[in-house]
Design a binder for this molecule. Structure first.
Ligand code: NAD
Length: 490
């Protein structure tokens, strides 16, 4: 994506905002150029959404909430979401091709994202009529009911790394709970969200239930975060932007879930089943080119097996290829040139710290020139204080640090500002459970690693990784609030 707003480049594909059931250009007609990270070519344009567009979208959502959408029963909402799930699944190949071009993901990852999106709609669609409230025993003369009700109009700010999945978990849950929604996709990856929104319209979602305004974060995103007509915000992205969104939410006194970054550790004890662990240790950082908030980006390895594990992981790294998304690479390009430079910049800083690269993949020959490719890189040993251990690189960069005992493993694993996910590898069930339960992380995996996967599993962070939970039933609850009814009858 180019940050330049332009009204001049001839479009290859033109995508508009979707407000109140209609495609609409930005209120001032301006657009943003969309470049494919695969080869750096311009292939589409999106609307550069304005404050006016956000205002129109929020009003359309309010009208839907007070009208056609708000009047639907829970069952009717659920059926619409389930219908959308079926249609998304039927369009999985089309969505995957669009995503790979827009975002650079390997096709199989894009297809997995499309299937996960369908599954989110199915999961939340099937939950709408199971979202029960409570009855509270109180005075014998009063009946107390606690209803679970939607917030109203919810705003959703989505990043570029898993647009379909994050749209599914956030917007799927919000719609299931009965909210009307306004979505601001990332400027680098808006296209599949717009396509799925069109499909939602086709299956019969009332006008205004789901609105999408594309554009820059600092204009459209900030306008959505600060709009006084928004009742609740869901933000996934960087900690820095999360702070701005939270400040905006505070000014309007509305709640917000923040799903931010991570620097997740995988702790490998000397009794781990290494044959089982090795492919997962590598995949947890390579998946999506390391552009995964819950990527397993740090290995903590018990000292006695440190060198053996480092050697085995290095060997695997040397086989990895970054290449064209349609040619089954291990990873595609980075999302844009800025991200490519950021990752290379971290590697440069690592070299300046005197760190050693022990395993490096390649940028494959089929990677088109002009694309934003980075060779996967493994460094070891890396001190706990290193910038590469402490900061989220958001690229295919893995670091390994040795530890001596359980207490040190826990201290190092919890020793960053983040707390999104963690992995523990050991054949000793008591130890792995003990260590897992000491992790300051929203998801902990024992002898496996899900990299945030699992539609059904609550997901979210501690510390700088954010707060609030998405996914699973807990994610649905976040998009509701309660109304307590006190009825005197005697
Ligand atoms: P980002 O914060 O730059 O952008 C995220 C979204 O916020 C985009 O839609 C962007 O347009 C918008 N935005 C930017 N500035 C804004 C502002 N001032 N006000 C409102 N909105 C604004 O993040 P990114 O670069 O797209 O994504 C990468 C980051 O997201 C990484 O740190 C990653 O770890 C994190 N992430 C977290 C999760 C999670 O679930 N925890 C999932 C995916 C990504």
């Amino acid at each position: 994506m180019n940050d330049q707003v332009s009204a001049t480049v001839a479009p290859n594909m033109m995508f508009q905002n979707f407000i109140g059931g209609r495609n609409r250009p930005a209120s001032d007609g301006m657009t943003l150029d969309v470049f494919s990270p695969v080869d750096g070519t311009l292939f589409a344009r999106i609307a550069s959404g304005t404050m006016q567009d956000i205002d129109d979208a929020v009003k359309a959502a309010r009208t839907a909430f007070d009208g056609a959408w708000g009047r639907l029963t829970a069952t009717e909402r659920g059926r619409l979401l389930m219908k959308l799930a079926t249609v998304v699944e039927a369009h999985a190949d089309e969505l995957a091709a669009l995503e790979s071009r827009d975002n650079g993901k390997p096709l199989r990852q894009s297809r997995a994202d499309a299937i996960a999106l369908a599954r989110y709609f199915e999961f939340y669609g099937s939950a709408t009529d199971k979202l029960h409230g409570d009855v509270i025993p109180y005075l014998n003369t009063h009946f107390i009911g606690v209803e679970r009700v939607p917030h109203g109009v919810t705003g959703h700010i989505v990043p570029w790394n898993y647009p379909m999945q994050i749209f599914g978990r956030s917007v799927g849950a919000a719609l299931a709970a009965g909210n009307a929604t306004v979505v601001k996709p990332a400027e680098d990856a808006s296209l599949t969200i717009l396509r799925v929104t069109a499909l939602a319209h086709e299956v019969g979602f009332p006008d205004g239930a789901l609105n999408v305004v594309t554009g820059l974060g600092r204009t459209a995103g900030a306008a959505l975060a600060g709009h006084p007509g928004i009742d609740f915000l869901s933000f996934t992205g960087s900690p820095e932007t999360g702070t701005a969104v939270q400040v905006a939410a505070a000014q309007n006194h509305v709640g917000v879930t923040l799903e931010l970054g991570g620097k997740s550790a995988q702790v490998v004890f000397d009794d781990a089943d290494l044959e089982r662990a090795l492919p997962t240790l590598v995949n947890a950082i390579i998946q999506n080119g390391g552009q995964t908030c819950s990527a397993g980006s740090r290995l903590l390895i018990q000292r006695g097996i440190f060198q053996d594990v480092v050697d085995a992981v290095s060997e695997r790294f040397r086989t990895l290829r970054a290449g064209h998304p349609e040619h089954e690479p291990d990873l595609g390009p980075m999302i844009n040139q800025a991200q490519q430079r950021r990752v290379l910049g971290y590697l440069e800083r690592g070299r300046n710290e005197g760190l050693t690269v022990v395993g490096e993949g390649v940028v494959a020959l089929d990677a088109p020139p002009g694309g934003y490719y980075v060779a996967p890189t493994f460094l070891a040993p890396v001190p706990h204080e290193s910038i590469l251990t402490q900061e989220e690189v958001f690229g295919p960069v893995l670091v390994a640090t040795p530890f001596d005992d359980e207490a040190e493993a826990i201290r190092l694993a919890n020793g960053t500002q983040y707390g999104l996910a963690a992995g523990v590898w050991s054949r000793d069930g008591m130890r792995s459970t003990r260590v897992a339960r000491a992790m300051r992380a929203g998801q902990v995996f024992v002898n496996c690693y899900g990299a945030g996967g699992g539609i059904e599993l609550p997901f979210g962070g501690f510390g700088r990784s954010g707060h609030g939970r998405e996914k699973g039933f807990e994610g649905l609850i976040e998009f509701t609030t309660t109304r307590t009814l006190v009825i005197a009858h005697g």
